[in-house]
Ligand binder design. Structure first.
Ligand SMILES: C[S@@+](CC[C@H](N)C(=O)[O-])C[C@H]1O[C@@H](n2cnc3c(N)ncnc32)[C@H](O)[C@@H]1O
Length: 259
């Protein structure tokens, strides 16, 4: 069967993220403190949800992309029955979903910049409200956002950047990722075009393109969204060790609790 663009891009997401962003230990540590059940909005292919399920937590993941969910499901199935049973995957929009289990989660997150992908400010606030609506009293919400500095944004002038060249495990294909982005300060939005080209000796090369619109969110906005959702902000951290948010930090991680 011919692979669809969505399937290919989900597969290439995993290749892209094969270089670990370093956030998994944070979610494992937070889960150790809160216990389960755990909700992850924008769960993708299960990069975080799966290790949490493997560590014994009940995890529910929500995503809009069926191809990403299919990868998460097959990875969970390959991890054995116990893990597969602990991971529930729901095809839904994080901005509006209300699961029957709303109000029961001890930990609920929107990891790795995913909130940027959820539309404008009102949409992003709606996704944060979804976190709040699903937490049990005392439960913890986590939202993790990249915090670009002026130099990062200055590079978003349409230039084409070679991001990496990797060999894809399983297929042996050489894959090249290039990206080009433009930054619109009037809307705080980065329009990002990503091109993956894959090839191996003796087969035709293929190219996959995705275009994303990322509305960046800073610390003040995150706090406002959390408070508007009825959460009590506990901390704004600047890295995955939960070090302080200070000048030079390249992320902001919001930790907020449902009272
Ligand atoms: C950067 S990936 C993150 C996946 C995973 N959480 C991780 O950290 O590897 C972003 C994910 O957000 C999902 N997404 C974007 N908008 C969404 C929405 N409104 N509701 C649910 N998922 C959404 C995309 O389909 C994609 O799988």
């Amino acid at each position: 069967m011919t692979e669809t663009a969505a399937d290919a891009l989900a597969r290439l997401y995993d290749l892209d993220l094969s270089e670990d962003p370093g956030d998994l230990d944070l979610y494992l540590a937070l889960a150790g403190q809160t216990g389960g059940p755990i909700l992850e909005l924008a769960v993708g292919s299960g990069r975080i949800a799966l290790p949490l399920a493997a560590a014994g937590y009940e995890v529910t993941g929500v995503d809009l992309d069926r191809a990403m969910l299919a990868r998460a499901r097959s990875a969970a199935d390959a991890s054995g029955l116990a893990v597969a049973r602990r991971l529930a995957l729901v095809h839904a929009d994080a901005r509006e979903v209300r699961l029957p289990s709303a109000g029961s989660f001890q930990l609920a997150s929107i990891p790795l910049n995913s909130v940027f992908l959820m539309g404008g400010r009102a949409d992003q606030a709606a996704a944060v409200a979804t976190l709040a609506a699903h937490l049990a009293p005392g439960g913890l919400a986590v939202v993790d956002c990249w915090l670009p500095d002026a130099e990062d944004l200055a590079r978003y002038d349409g230039r084409v950047v070679l991001e990496w060249v990797r060999e894809e495990p399983g297929t042996g294909r050489t894959v090249t990722k290039t990206g080009s982005a433009t930054w619109d300060p009037t809307t705080s939005t980065v329009r990002l075009t990503t091109v993956f080209e894959a090839g191996a000796q003796g087969e035709p090369a293929v190219r996959w393109v995705r275009v994303d619109s990322l509305r960046l969110v800073g610390p003040d906005e995150l706090v406002a969204m959390a408070e508007a959702a009825g959460l009590r902000v506990e901390a704004l951290a600047g890295d995955y060790d939960l070090g302080p948010l200070e000048l030079g930090a390249d992320r902001v991680i919001l930790l907020a609790r449902r009272p």
